[in-house]
Design a protein around this ligand. Structure first.
Ligand SMILES: Cc1cc2nc3c(=O)[nH]c(=O)nc-3n(C[C@H](O)[C@H](O)[C@H](O)COP(=O)(O)O)c2cc1C
Length: 500
């Protein structure tokens, strides 16, 4: 349920764009823009400057507009989540964690889904009729799927999975898909392979943007992302059952590509400028990918195409990874019942996945190690993380200036560092040799003052009463606006010891 009175409920890209417009963070590009490089270059430069979301209304050779930069600022993620736009990434992640730790909400099946308004039959399918961008000069072609997701179903249990796996156009009716080994789409594909059957699939563009956030989140196996989207919205997501593939699909999507994936049919795909800021470096012929043979495309009337620029930080990809990994790690630590967790944060600048910071209120010797060990063993933290930083409770995990201060003052490399030699890695990590990316090492940097120290360093604090006076007299000093002091008092003054 929305906590922001300015924003109407969001259930598709159109209502999300309207909400962004109401908040003044949406820009329509009227000039003609080329889908080859120019569109991505404009978006990237705009994102570097923390500019607004963009809707390209005049894409060369196309009538369909392209929406980019949906989530490049915390404000826009907050708007999508129907939360207060002033919340930080940490605060938004906490809300996410709280909502998804409560109760999942099943989707509602509707008749006459808007996405069925137009049906392009197999013989008329041409993926290049959609304004899929070509992002960077060394990319292998046009990528249809960046801000979208693949829908698959477990043939044994009926579990529906939504997974964001990028998709390149490989032919008029052929869409590639980079489903990295161990992802849920890969689980499903292997089951079809064992049965000797083709897998029904659908690639979705648009619809409620909460589903894109959910589909790029490490949700546990056998959990439908529609239920997660419902939990985040506080109401059911509207879906329908496809009469072609039998898959459960989002009713308000803009465009859905439907077809079958033969686990035995692999093709060269890529290269693609990855979120790491590098190409994977794999020889495309040695690393072929499964493909969708398209049987039909359904779309809303006047559809909107949605894309993200990927590439170097910070863009939508890093923001999405930052919020969803922060939220799921927080969720993991809550469900593991690790005490004292104040906040958790995967910085977007570190691509939203390789480094994580956790803040803890220490209650026993070794507590900070307990937190680091739990992160290392968690569903989210075991995969791709290279660095874990632990700070004390007085520092928020996303307050980078103070995280640096803790590393400068509460940290001794010999005492505070541990290196774990082997952890699960991602094949996209450019910090590892291209031919050896299965396993990565991991560093734990404990920037807390040890709980057991009897003689702790004496920290500088300010006088509470005088700070209160400064706050009260703020405007008398000639400063305008509301005094910022109240929010600072807990950090700048000695913690109050409650008298019994
Ligand atoms: C924009 C974006 C692009 C992504 N591209 C891929 C990709 O090409 N392949 C992949 O395996 N994961 C990719 N991911 C990460 C997955 O979406 C993420 O691991 C998610 O948990 C996968 O869904 P699953 O857990 O249901 O398998 C991408 C994430 C984002 C935000």
């Amino acid at each position: 349920m929305s906590t922001n009175p300015k924003v109407k409920p969001i259930n598709d890209i159109r209502s999300y764009i309207a909400a962004l417009e109401a908040q003044g963070v949406m820009h329509r590009v009227k000039a003609e823009v080329d889908w080859k490089f120019e569109l991505a270059h404009v978006s990237k430069v705009n994102e570097e400057q923390k500019g607004p979301a963009l809707l390209y209304e005049n894409v060369k050779g196309h009538t369909i507009p392209v929406f980019t930069s949906a989530f490049t600022t915390p404000e826009r993620i907050a708007i999508c989540l129907e939360q207060d736009p002033s919340l930080t990434m940490c605060q938004l992640s906490r809300k996410w964690m709280e909502l998804t730790t409560k109760q999942m909400i099943k989707p509602t099946f509707v008749k006459n889904p808007p996405v069925m308004e137009n049906i392009i039959p197999e013989e008329a399918v041409d993926l290049e009729n959609f304004p899929a961008p070509w992002f960077y000069p060394d990319d292998g072609g046009r990528f249809f799927g960046t801000s979208g997701y693949l829908v698959t179903q477990d043939p044994d249990t009926g579990w529906t999975n939504l997974g964001t796996y990028r998709s390149q156009i490989l032919g008029k009716n052929i869409l590639g898909s980079q489903i990295i080994s161990g992802k849920h789409g890969d689980f499903h594909m292997k089951k079809y392979q064992e049965r000797g059957e083709k897998m029904p699939v659908a690639y979705v563009v648009g619809g409620d943007p909460i589903l894109f956030l959910a589909s790029s989140t490490l949700v546990s196996a056998q959990t439908d992302e529609y239920d997660v989207g419902g939990a985040l919205r506080g109401r059911p997501i509207e879906v329908f059952k496809s009469d072609l593939t039998g898959l459960t699909l989002p009713a308000n999507a803009e465009i859905i590509v439907e077809g079958w994936m033969d686990p035995e049919e692999l093709m060269e795909e890529g290269p693609f400028g990855e979120y790491t800021g590098y190409y994977s470096g794999n020889k495309m012929k040695d690393y072929p990918k499964p493909v969708i043979r398209v049987k039909r495309i359904i779309h809303r009337t006047k559809p909107i195409f949605w894309s993200t620029t990927v590439g170097k930080p910070i863009n939508d990809t890093h923001m999405v990874q930052s919020i969803n990994r922060t939220a799921t790690l927080w969720h993991d630590l809550e469900t593991m019942k690790v005490p004292g967790i104040q906040s958790v944060y995967f910085p977007a600048a570190a691509t939203g996945r390789f480094w994580v910071i956790a803040s803890v209120k220490q209650m026993y010797p070794g507590h900070s190690n307990h937190v680091a060990d739990a992160i290392n063993g968690s569903t989210t933290g075991h995969y791709g993380v290279k660095g874990i930083i632990i700070v004390d409770h007085d520092i928020a995990a996303d307050d980078m200036d103070r995280v640096w201060w803790a590393l400068a003052t509460r940290f001794d490399p010999k005492r505070s560092v541990q290196v774990i030699n082997r952890g699960r890695s991602t094949p996209l990590d450019p910090g590892l040799p291209i031919e050896a990316r299965d396993v990565v090492s991991r560093i734990i940097m404990d920037a807390t003052t040890p709980y057991e120290w009897k003689n702790k360093p004496n920290e500088i604090f300010m006088d509470r009463a005088v700070l209160q006076k400064v706050s009260d007299r703020w405007n008398e000093y000639g400063f305008s606006g509301v005094s910022p002091v109240a929010e600072m008092i807990p950090r700048l003054t000695r913690p109050e010891v409650k008298k019994k």
